[in-house]
Design a protein around this ligand. Sequence first.
Ligand code: PHE
Ligand code: NA
Length: 453
Amino acid sequence: VEGMQDMSEVVERWGSRRAFIIAVTGAAVGLGNIWRFPWMTGENGGAAFLMLYVVFLVLLGLPVMIAEIMIGRAGRRTPIQALTHLARDAGKSRHWGWLGLFCGVTLFFILSFYSVVSGWSIEYLVDALSGHFASQSPQEIGSAFDAFLASPGRVLFNHTLFLFLTMSVVALGVGGGLERLNNLLMPLLYLLLVLLVGYAFTTSGFTAALAWLFMPDLSALTPMAIFNAMGHAFFTLAVGAGALMTYGAYMPDDQSLPRAVVTVAILDVAVALMAGIAIFSIVFSQNMAPDSGPGLMFVTLPIAFADLPGGALWLGAFFVLLLLATWTSSINLAEPMVAMLGSLGMARWLAAVLIGVGVWLMGLPSALSFSIWSDVRPFGDMTLFDLATTLPIDIMLPIGGLLIAFFAAWVMEGTRASMAIGAGERFYRHWRAVVRWVSIPLLVVVLVGFFLS
Ligand code: PHE
Ligand code: NA
């Protein structure tokens, strides 16, 4: 009997450890992997971008991810409260609470374009299931995407629908249920990606895709590529906006944070690589341009599936699973904002409605950037959509990450931080040295370099 008790304890603990990893993976895996990674890689010279992105992931993404979850684990409150309390306990300024607010603003901007792009996926889900793409040539599939983006009504309808679905789950507080569904179905998304890579292997563009992704052309390392790679390292791990702080609070006491975080990062990179291999194989076998912008995923995948038996159904299944992944990510974006308003005493449903309306309005520039506002270029030749994605991803996330890293490695009490990381004193000291002398200086250099260039 005693042995059995031990067993059930082990199983339970393993269960909650796994639950933590699955929840963080839910926030991490989303449009960043399947939509933005190929877009950015295509725009910034292929392998050179991938290389930079992996370097930033290791030197910035992972250390700051540990910092962010650790703060939540030690503070066990909303970002604003956790930062305020931890700073006070360390005898430091109360004003660190402002960093929590800055995180909230970042989440607000991210969710606004995230919802618009997830809306594109809703449109494509419906198109796929109606067999729309089956009889179309690659050229027709390509121009259908432009035609869709050029019609403000359809884009706005889908943006509204997706945001409504997201805010409803947050308002009702049933995110846990969706998480379990996600938990059940995400392996199917990974399986579909494996299938797609298998298909890519049979196309004529496969070797070109591998060369494009893995043989760096160093002349492609422009300042913009460096900047995009850094922002993407934060975005894809869901780091830099406090979204992961909440998860720290639910971590089992004896779980090692670094190990969990590395598991999530490996999964996240694997999903992005599979999407990249599939998408670029189609790009090169169809003689398309790798730098075709934010529509890259939407014009390549229908071509691939149209080529497979039962393609309409497969494509439909793909968009269902992608939408599920983006739905959980967007709930993770919305939840901390609603919790922050809630901590000011506002009712949950009211907070969700207010945030929802605000995000909807903020999404208008992204949604209309390809139609009625396509000529609006307030800043160089960047479209409104470029601005709506670059500002929060490439500028706000790294600034938030920098401040979170600084807080974790210079402001918080060492013993408390070490305990919340949960991997021993020696690991803590190594981690802190990396954050202090590598991550923070690197972030400052790249950010300052960008603003000067
Ligand atoms: N990591 C998510 C993705 O790759 C985006 C995200 C960023 C989600 C920040 C939550 C917080 O799609
Ligand atoms: Na991601």
